[in-house]
Ligand binder design. Structure first.
Ligand code: MRU
Length: 357
C-alpha cells in the first residue's frame, strides 16, 4: 500500500476514486483521514481493496462500485496468468472476495458482476485485461454522467436560498464526482445559487459531520452540522424546505436502504409536511430485490459506537450494543426519487420498472 499526499482537485474537492498515474493501482482518497488530512492510498492487492472498503476508507454506494471495478482490474494485472480459463477463474474468485466486504450497497456486486461478465473465454489474457480496463473506465465515466444528471434533475426541485437537510454523506466523496443527494447543490453552486444545508452528524461514524460538512464548506455552501436528534427541532423551526438523502439499494417496490437513521428522518418529514427525496443513479436500483424486507443490512463492530471517537470507553464494559449500518425507509414515505433518468414519483413499482427494467 503506497501512501501519498495529493493536490489533485476538482473545484477544490479531491478525487475520491481513480487510477494511479501509472494506471496500475487503484487510487483512493482515505476518507477515514478527513477532514484533517488529504491522503491518497494506491492499492493493488485484493486484501488491501477489501480492507479499504470494509473500513470505509472508500465508502458510499457508487464510490465503492467504481473502486471495486478499478481495483479488480489492477489486481488482475498481477495474477501472472497466461491461461485464459485460469485467469477468468481467478477473476471470479477475486471479485467474490471483494464483494464480501460490504453487503448492503448493490453497486458493489453490480460493478463487480459487470467486470466479470465482460471477460471472454475465447480471448487471450492480454485482450481480457484490455477489456477489463475499458469496462472499469466505462463504469467510472457512467457514474460521473449519472451524478451530473441527478444534479440537473434535482435542481428543478429547489429554489435559490432553499434549506436542505441531508443525512450521512451522499456527496462527491461517495461517488466519482458530484454525488447524488448533494449533486443538485454542487451543480446549483456552479450557477451561483445559494443553499442552506443542515448535515446530520450521522452516528456512529459521523459521515455527515466529517464528510458532508467538509465537501459543502469546500464548495462555499452555508453549512450547519446538527446532532441526529436535532433534526425534528430544525424542521419545526421551518428551516428545511426539502430532505435529500442517497441510497444503498432501492428494491423493486421503492423501499430504500440507506444509512441508519434515514427512515426516522422520513417519518419526521412526513409529520412536518416536508418533501423527502432520495437521489440515486441507475446502479443503485435493484429490481431483482422485491421489497425492503429482502435487503441484507450490514451489522458493524460495536466498538464504533462505544469506543471509536472517545478517549475512554464511553459505555459500561459488557453492555450490549446494536450497530446496524443501514435501515430501510418504506416507499410510502418517499416523495420522489431523483434519478439520472428523471424524477420518479409513485406508483414506484410500475415507474421504476418502466425506467430501469
Ligand atoms: O456506510 P457508508 O458511509 O458507505 O454509507 C453511505 C450511505 O449510506 C450513502 O447515503 C449511500 O451509500 C449513497 S452514496 C451516494
Amino acid at each position: 500500500m503506497n501512501e501519498e499526499k495529493s493536490t489533485n482537485c476538482l473545484r477544490g474537492l479531491p478525487d475520491t476514486v481513480a487510477f494511479s498515474p501509472d494506471g496500475r493501482a487503484l487510487r483512493i482518497l482515505d476518507q477515514t483521514r478527513l477532514p484533517g488530512d488529504t491522503v491518497y492510498l494506491d492499492l493493488t492487492e485484493p486484501e488491501e481493496i477489501y480492507e479499504a472498503i470494509k473500513s470505509l476508507r472508500v465508502r458510499g454506494a457508487p464510490a465503492i462500485g467504481v473502486a471495486a471495478a478499478i481495483g479488480l482490474y489492477c489486481a488482475a494485472l498481477r495474477f501472472g496468468e497466461t491461461d485464459t480459463t485460469r485467469f477468468i477463474e481467478k477473476l471470479k474468485m477475486t471479485a467474490d472476495y471483494i464483494n464480501s466486504s460490504r453487503p448492503t450497497a448493490v453497486n458493489l456486486s453490480w460493478a463487480l458482476g459487470s467486470m466479470v461478465s465482460c471477460a471472454d473465454p475465447a480471448l487471450g489474457v492480454e485482450e481480457n485485461i484490455a477489456r477489463l480496463r475499458a469496462k472499469a473506465e466505462e463504469l467510472r465515466d457512467a457514474d460521473i454522467a449519472a451524478c451530473r444528471a441527478i444534479g440537473e434533475y434535482g435542481l428543478t426541485l429547489l429554489h435559490d436560498g432553499a434549506g436542505i437537510l441531508t443525512h450521512c454523506n451522499a456527496g462527491h466523496l461517495a461517488t466519482t464526482r458530484y454525488g447524488t443527494a448533494l449533486a443538485p447543490i454542487h451543480v446549483g453552486r456552479e450557477r451561483g445559487m445559494r443553499f442552506r444545508v443542515f448535515c446530520d452528524e450521522t452516528r456512529p461514524l459521523l459521515q455527515g459531520a466529517r464528510l458532508s460538512a467538509y465537501e459543502l464548506c469546500m464548495d462555499g455552501v452555508d453549512t450547519t452540522v446538527i446532532c441526529d436528534n436535532m433534526a425534528s427541532q430544525v424542521m419545526k423551526n421551518g428551516w428545511v424546505d426539502a430532505v435529500i438523502v442517497g441510497a444503498d439499494r432501492i428494491a423493486a417496490n421503492g423501499d430504500t436502504a440507506n444509512k441508519i437513521g434515514t427512515s426516522g428522518l422520513a417519518i419526521l418529514a412526513k409529520h412536518y409536511g416536508i418533501p423527502f427525496y432520495v437521489a440515486v443513479p441507475y446502479s443503485t436500483i435493484d429490481l431483482a430485490t422485491a421489497t425492503g424486507d429482502d435487503i441484507v443490512i450490514e451489522q458493524r463492530d460495536p466498538a464504533e459506537v462505544s469506543e471509536l471517537w472517545y478517549k475512554h470507553r464511553m459505555t459500561p464494559e459488557g453492555v450490549k450494543i446494536y450497530n446496524p449500518a443501514f435501515d430501510v425507509t418504506p416507499a410510502e414515505l418517499i416523495t420522489a426519487f431523483i434519478t439520472d433518468r428523471g424524477i420518479v414519483r409513485p406508483p414506484y413499482k410500475e415507474k421504476l420498472s418502466e425506467l430501469f427494467g
